[in-house]
Design a protein around this ligand. Sequence first.
Ligand code: 0L1
Ligand code: MG
Length: 246
Amino acid sequence: MIEELAERLDGAQLNAEDTPSLADTHEIDIDQAYEIQQAVVDRRLARGETLTGVKLGFTSEAKMAQMGVSEVIVGRITDGMAHVQDSLIDISRYIHPKVEPEIAYRLARDVDGSVPIESCVDAVAAAVEIIDSRYRDFRFTYTDVVADNTSAAGYVIGPWQEFGDVNNRSVRLEVGSAEVTGSTSAILGDPARALTALEEVAKRRGIELRAGYVILAGAATAAIPLTPGPVECRIDGLGAVSFIGE
Ligand code: 0L1
Ligand code: MG
């Protein structure tokens, strides 16, 4: 079942075609959901992609309450999802993409539990994550979204800054004429908490946190649809990150 469902999700991503919720036809527990995620990621790696980091989801209390869960979810990001700042991004490769303003952290050393995870981080940046659930109409259960690699689809990182406190910073994300504003404190009350939450889940799920990895700490606002045209995210003190969807 694990490989069959991973194949289905991977095919949906490759063909930019949605698929029904796995929960419509399968009973999957959270351990199996992470196994399917691993099998989905393994397919990307087998095609030559390289892991570049991890991402967190459900980092706002509102989203956890909506999904009826009390812990963050973790997905994997690869170089095949990475886009360069100010580049043109072909959005036809996605099914129904949305964008989220995020804080990105960079690991300078492996996280092995010997020192606090904060001391493994050397840089922080404003980032935009592109999420693209492979499920029809973005309709999914908790286990569905974990299996689907937490909707990971793309990301753009702004200029790296020296690591430090980035809580309570104002955030603005513009997609054409649509705009959403918020604060970095929407990420678990303080984005630094995403690091400790990540370490705990990663340890339990056998997810490695390696030197050089990017950590996308979670959305600072609700996601908004990605449409053709300019996209810019600005975070107070961290500057801007932008790209053009086409
Ligand atoms: O990165 C995220 O916040 C997305 C988590 C998965 C849920 C979704 O696709 O909305
Ligand atoms: Mg996100």
